[in-house]
Ligand binder design. Sequence first.
Ligand SMILES: [Zn+2]
Length: 252
Amino acid sequence: MNQLIRCKNCDEIFMKTPFDHCPEYKFDPGRSLENFRSIETDDYRDFLTQHQGHQLENLNIIEDSFVSKKAYSEPVKASFFKATNGKEKFVIKKFREKIDEPLKYLLIPGDYSLKYSAIEIQSEEISKQLKRELNPSLSQNKIDAFLKLYRAIAEDIDIKDLERIPEESHYPLEIYYRLDDIHSMFLLRNCRNIFKGQEYSAIEEFIQRHKDDGVLLLKATYKIKLTEIAKPRKKAITASFPLKKEKIAAKK
Ligand SMILES: [Zn+2]
């Protein structure tokens, strides 16, 4: 229901949301979005007044392009998504600096990609789960030794070899991966140096139980890499060039 409008002259955008005009919202399911008429709010009217005579266009938000450094539920944050007019792509920064401020939208010419940053094991969860499930319980020293071993193995893994788990993460920049067979074998083999007899059997079962969807999933964190493109604007170039020349001439 959100409508993203770009002024082509100013490269400014406005996000029209149903929330803006909630009490006056009229929904007619028989009509398409293009013909959809809603009662304008003051903000939208201001935008239209400000850009009177300018060329406006609708942008479509690119699905699944949303990224943010903070949790989905965090209200004060900056996030990014991509939108297109069918020909060009844009990056939109959506942000709010204070909780009582309205959301702001900024158009950034350029693109972004997610850059892999680090891989981690879920130490705390593994430790809790080991204490809960293993009977007789392991000593803290053995739990620490297991975590140390698993961490060392995880650090050595190339993320490209792993299978991504499409699990809902609360953080857009955290992705979970399943430990591959080679590394789980390697983990088991090294566990023989820490655990013996029954303890080894218990840890082996623990690994089998949790490697596919539980606490042994590896957590990779990503960073947003924004590449801004300084858009050459015809108007700006033609306006500034003779101006510069004049300045130089005046100095002489
Ligand atoms: Zn404008």
